[in-house]
Ligand binder design. Structure first.
Ligand code: ZN
Length: 148
């Protein structure tokens, strides 16, 4: 199995069995994301306590890549500081846009599997949707983000 097959497996697994999927009635921060190009939509909810993301859930419906990306995002930030989530967003966004994680690969871990979609321009929006929603939720800038 080569590296790209391994990455595909990670995406397929999260796409089929998304982690932290569902509602979060106690959420303190939330945002919705829409990607009209693909039809992906999701709602991300965070419970922030003392600067820590104590819990995070998402729901909605989208393609395998947007679902996998949201699922992996929740795993990456759950229990971490808001500052860490902000930092991950910046690194992930940079890597997704350039198609190369570079030195951030170590920090991004499994998330690097999503960077491979860079070769399919339209799928980048699927992979970054949840991250834009995260950014909007923690900065409390907008309640709803769209990739268009
Ligand atoms: Zn999509």
């Amino acid at each position: 199995m080569n590296l790209s097959e391994l990455y595909q497996d990670v995406i397929l697994d999260h796409g089929k069995r998304p982690r932290n999927f569902g509602d979060l009635p106690t959420a303190t921060h939330e945002a919705e994301g829409f990607n009209p190009l693909c039809g992906d939509q999701l709602h991300l909810r965070l419970l922030v306590k003392g600067g820590l993301i104590a819990d995070v859930m998402f729901n909605g419906c989208g393609c395998a890549i947007s679902t996998a990306s949201a699922s992996m995002l929740t795993q990456a930030i759950k229990g971490k500081s808001v500052e860490h989530a902000r930092d991950l967003f910046a690194r992930f966004h940079r890597a997704a846009m350039s198609g190369d994680a570079g030195e951030d690969a170590l920090v991004l871990g499994d998330l690097v599997s999503l960077i491979g979609v860079h070769q399919y321009a339209n799928r980048v929006k699927c992979a970054t949707l949840a991250w834009h929603a995260l950014h909007a939720a923690i900065e409390q800038t907008e309640q709803s983000v769209t990739t268009e």
